[in-house]
Write a protein that binds this ligand. Structure first.
Ligand code: GDP
Length: 479
């Protein structure tokens, strides 16, 4: 073991809790204060999009991508801003995205067919182009960020004027703040009776968002996505914000892009919509994307038009992938196919390794599907003497779940602890709870060999108290 999770997080400039989550997802429930070895550290560092150097057997160094490969300032050219729309459900994110896109079609290309590829571009009156991520909500945003791929330059925070600040509004504000992404507040549905834009502005103050109308610096605009009111103003404000940010990228280098969405298409095979971060992607380029590789067979824009190449800030569909990558995966053009396949197969191996240490799916998982998807999971294996106890334990443990950590019952059965119970607990790094039962000798041997944490109880109250304490420990100290 060379470094604690906490220390590694510091060096990577990431949040320790995000590292703990990533480790957990790789099947390693490790707390912030525990140390990990070089291999694990490297896995994590790569996962977050950085590069790790082994300085010696006992020391490592983190190289941030941007540092190593920063483009020479002289090569940088302006690029369009990438805008995401966030806000509470039903506040009008989809309507706004549709309206902004519709504006574009009527203003621009006659009869242009729009393809929903996960992102689109709008040409503003002044001539500047804006790229919109067409997946409303926070999932895409956080998913990409978890992979170290931040593509969003500006967020439009949609708040319905008749409904005001709601939980997902506040969550969106939190995301923007953490990612350090500026936002523009679009107060929507001003056409509705009962709309109270001023109240929205006042409530935003409570979250330290001071909009222009209140003398602050965050731009705000009253709109109606339905009636298409003030959309030009919104676009103008976006353009202004983008101008301030002086966004640029080097177009003259092998392309680097981020996957916005991807799927298997019946006729076309694996298709990914990517957003070009820098460089120019061309037909015929060889690339690695996540654990997949390929050769660009076609580059298609958001109007279904085939292009020869795509430049920074452009969202395009790419054909010619070996398989379907995940949103947030980075596509990198590499020199040759051998290299591409090497990198892809290495990554696949790592993924498989992580997967086999994860628990198999079972009926009892329905508890975890109820749980919010971003919470950590605390896996357990339960054996009890009678069905009634088993059920009572599952209920009691499920009640321990919080927003941050959820109990996940991998298996719950009646009878003595068997070899397969031990195996399951060992493979998924879960404690094995025996309620009035003990393992047979073979199972005991496996448990000892694999270091299974065995917990015996005969009182449910003691059991829940113990697990509650463990779960709190798993989360680590608040940071
Ligand atoms: P999302 O869940 O944030 O994507 O919200 P939607 O775009 O699906 O909108 C939710 C509902 O609000 C739909 O019924 C829309 O027609 C309606 N809506 C969206 N924008 C406006 C608006 O500006 N005015 C009014 N009156 N209704 C709107």
């Amino acid at each position: 073991e060379v470094i604690t999770v906490q220390e590694l997080a510091g060096r990577m400039a990431e949040k320790a809790s995000d590292l703990v989550k990533a480790l957990f997802n790789m099947g390693m429930p490790i707390t912030v204060n525990e140390a990990i070895d070089q291999d694990t550290a490297e896995l994590l560092v790569t996962e977050f999009g950085h590069i790790m150097k082994r300085v010696s057997d006992s020391d490592i160094d983190i190289v941030h991508d941007e540092e190593t490969e920063k483009d020479d300032p002289a090569t940088l050219k302006p690029r369009p801003p990438v805008v995401a729309v966030m806000g509470h459900v039903d506040h009008g994110k989809t309507s706004l995205l549709d309206a902004l896109r519709g504006e574009n079609v009527t203003a621009g290309e006659a009869g242009g067919i729009t393809q929903h590829i996960g992102a689109y571009q709008v040409k503003t009156k002044k001539g500047g182009v804006i790229t919109f991520l067409d997946t409303p909500g926070h999932e895409a945003f956080t998913q990409m960020r978890q992979r170290g791929a931040s593509v969003t330059d500006i967020v439009i925070l949609v708040v319905a004027a008749d409904d005001g600040l709601m939980p997902q509004t506040i969550e969106a504000i939190k995301h923007c703040r953490e990612a350090n992404v500026p936002m523009i507040v679009a107060i929507n549905k001003i056409d509705k009776e009962g709309a109270n834009p001023q109240k929205v502005r006042e409530r935003l103050l409570e979250h330290e968002i001071i909009v222009e109308a209140m003398g602050g610096e965050v731009q705000d605009v009253e709109i109606s996505a339905l009636k298409k009111t003030n959309l030009d103003q919104l676009i103008e404000k976006l353009a202004l914000q983008a101008e301030l940010m002086e966004l640029s990228a080097n177009p003259d280098r092998p392309a680097e892009a981020v996957v916005v969405e991807a799927q298997l298409d019946k006729g076309r095979g694996a298709v990914a919509t990517v957003l070009i971060k820098r460089g120019t992607l061309q037909r015929g380029d060889t690339f690695v994307v996540g654990a997949e590789s390929g050769k660009v067979r076609a580059v298609i824009d958001d109007h279904g038009k085939q292009l020869k190449k795509a430049t920074p800030g452009m969202p395009v569909e790419v054909l010619g992938l070996s398989g379907v990558p995940s949103a947030g995966d980075v596509l990198t053009v590499v020199e040759n196919e051998t290299r591409a396949r090497e990198v892809a197969s290495y990554r696949k191996e790592q993924q498989n390794k992580a997967r086999t240490t994860q628990a198999p799916v079972s009926m009892e998982n329905l508890f975890s599907s109820v749980a919010a998807d971003r919470a950590m999971e605390y896996p357990v294996v339960i054996k009890a003497d009678v069905q009634g106890s088993a059920e009572a334990i599952v209920t009691a443990l499920t009640n321990l779940s919080t927003d941050d950590i959820k109990v996940r019952v991998l298996h719950c059965g009646v009878g003595g602890i068997t070899e397969s119970d031990m195996q399951l607990a060992a493979n998924s790094n879960a404690p094995l709870i025996g309620f009035n039962v003990r393992p047979n000798s073979k199972a005991a041997a496996i448990g000892k060999r694999d270091g299974v944490r065995l917990k015996y109880f005969d009182v449910i109250y003691h059991l829940t108290a113990d697990i509650a304490k463990e779960m709190a420990g798993e989360l680590g100290p608040e940071i």
